[in-house]
Design a protein around this ligand. Structure first.
Ligand SMILES: *Cc1c(COP(=O)(O)O)cnc(C)c1O
Length: 384
């Protein structure tokens, strides 16, 4: 993807983005553990004014998304800062399928009568266009977690909105390398940098990016008042992770496409959801809108929750663990997550890492076969 304001592609820019150019400076902004600074330099206290290490992460993610970024302690901290922008009595339009933390946050606010939540199917573009007219916060997540539905962002972001409304996109699954919501007209794009940006299962961080100076200031203020600041080491590691994100993403989504096609043909799998498959309900929008189909596959194991648990237990190379977007492949049964009981009981969400595709396939295939041949072992509970 080429940023029109830059001569080089984002993939190249990313490798050295935010770098110090002063002779003698370290190539990368080091971790600067500091709460306060010598007065007179414009920076006084870290929670209010930021640190060089957070700013390095903000430069990287802001540049990728095409706006100005504010780094947070986690993806949820960034998301909470966006929700913090809406006034009492607002309407929040939320996808029927979305990250359970966001649904939890929205429902908690509704229970406290701070706002009302309207759940909308991601592929119901007409309902989203109507929501743009009445909702104060239009929250989109595309591809969604875990059903990988795609919203028609181009149409929805371009629609006229209620005065003062904020249209936000959770861009975690796509990453800004596959999709740039701000270019389409979204007011803010959020990333859980914990996932593909960090990429190594070793940090929590989040970033919200916007082109609107007022919203940027307000998000920074929300971070300051909530104290939702990123850790120094985490911000440093997130930048370190971002350097290789293009490479990791390219490899993992190539592998994901192959695995999805093979899973779809596997006799022990009843349904495979991957936006790159022609059978995916929103495949056509995905093709139009996304530069790559992403690194996540959801599939239903033939049988019940026990059969899916058994597959997780029999896997060797693929880690039975939550979260996603890291170098190692991870898998989990999503209906076992509190708040996700509505999902198909045997649905497994596979986050594809950078391992060899044939090794990953061999692992999946043996686990699926063993689940049929040894169903009695299948009841081993795996979820903590
Ligand atoms: C993980 C995730 C979040 C929350 O991010 P944290 O860093 O865990 O707070 C939000 N949205 C999506 C789509 C995610 O996958």
């Amino acid at each position: 993807m080429k940023d029109p304001t830059r001569a080089i592609r984002l993939e190249s820019w990313l490798v050295s983005a935010g770098r110090e150019r002063e002779p003698g400076a370290p190539l990368n902004v080091p971790p600067v553990p500091a709460s306060n600074f010598v007065l007179g330099g414009g920076r006084e206290y870290a929670r209010d004014d930021g640190t060089p290490t957070w700013e390095a992460l903000e430069k990287v993610v802001g540049g990728l998304e095409g706006g100005d970024a504010v780094a947070f302690a986690s993806g949820m901290a960034a998301i909470a800062a966006v929700f913090d922008q809406i006034v009492a009595g607002s309407v929040v339009a939320l996808p029927d399928d979305c990250y359970q933390g966001v649904a939890g946050l929205a429902e908690a606010g509704q229970a406290k009568e701070r706002w009302t939540v309207k759940r909308i199917a991601l592929d119901d573009t007409d309902a989203w266009l109507r929501a743009c007219e009445y909702a104060d916060l239009i929250w989109l997540e595309s591809p969604s977690n875990p059903l990988l539905m795609i919203a028609d962002l181009e149409a929805i972001c371009a629609a006229p909105r209620k005065h003062g409304a904020i249209l936000a996109v959770d861009n975690t699954f796509a990453t800004p390398l596959n999709q740039r919501p701000l270019e389409l007209g979204a007011n803010v794009s959020v990333q859980s940098a914990t996932k593909l940006i960090g990429g190594h299962s070793d940090l929590l961080a989040g970033v919200a990016t916007t082109k609107a100076p007022k919203l940027w200031m307000a998000l920074k203020k929300a971070r300051e008042l909530a104290g939702a600041t990123p850790g120094t080491l985490e911000a440093f590691l997130a930048v370190r992770g971002a350097r290789t994100m293009a490479l990791r993403l390219e490899r993992a989504q190539q592998t994901a496409m192959l695995l999805a096609a093979r899973l779809e043909a596997h006799p022990q799998v009843t349904r495979t959801r991957y936006p790159g498959l022609a059978s995916h309900p929103t495949h056509e929008i995905a093709r139009r809108q996304l530069r790559g189909f992403g690194t996540i596959i959801s599939f239903d194991v033939r049988g019940d929750a026990d059969a899916a648990n058994a597959v997780c237990a029999y896997l060797g190379l693929i880690q039975h663990a939550t979260s996603l977007g890291a170098v190692e492949s991870t898998i989990e049964r999503r209906a076992a997550i509190p708040g996700q009981e509505h999902l198909p009981p045997s649905l497994l969400r596979l986050s594809v890492g950078i391992e060899d595709v044939e090794d990953l396939w061999a692992d999946l295939d043996q686990a699926l076969r063993r689940t049929v041949s040894e169903p009695s072992v299948a009841s081993t509970p795996q979820e903590a």
